[in-house]
Design a protein around this ligand. Structure first.
Ligand code: FES
Length: 102
C-alpha cells in the first residue's frame, strides 16, 4: 500500500537541481527538471551512494560516488536499462512536494 508523504517545499529544489530528503526512514531523491518534479529512491543500487546529491543534467542524474547514471523520469540506468531504480509518483500541492511511498 502506498502512502502520500510531504517531502519538501518547492523552493528547496530549484530547477536543474537535485535534493536528498529523509521521509519515513527512507532516503528520497527529488529532482526538478525545468519545474517538473521527479523522485527516486535516494540510495544508489551500485554501492549505496546518494542519488539526491548527484549532478542533474537534463533528466539524467549522475551518482557522485562512481558515476552511474539514471534517467530520473523512468528510474532506468542509462547504459543498462534492466537496472531500474525505484521511482515514486510526485505531486505538487501549493508550495509543497509530495511522494507516494510504496
Ligand atoms: S554508489 Fe552510485 S555509482 Fe557507485
Amino acid at each position: 500500500m502506498s502512502e502520500r508523504q510531504r517531502v519538501c517545499a518547492i523552493e528547496d529544489v530549484p530547477p536543474g537541481k537535485a535534493g536528498e530528503f529523509v521521509v519515513d526512514d527512507r532516503i528520497v531523491a527529488i529532482y526538478n527538471v525545468d519545474g517538473k518534479f521527479f523522485a527516486l529512491d535516494g540510495v544508489c543500487p551500485h554501492a549505496g551512494g546518494p542519488l539526491g546529491k548527484g549532478h542533474l543534467m537534463g533528466t539524467r542524474i549522475t551518482c557522485p560516488w562512481h558515476g552511474w547514471q539514471f534517467d530520473v523520469t523512468t528510474g532506468r540506468h542509462c547504459l543498462t536499462p534492466n537496472i531500474e531504480q525505484q521511482r515514486f509518483e510526485v505531486t505538487v500541492e501549493g508550495d509543497d512536494v509530495f511522494v507516494e511511498l510504496s
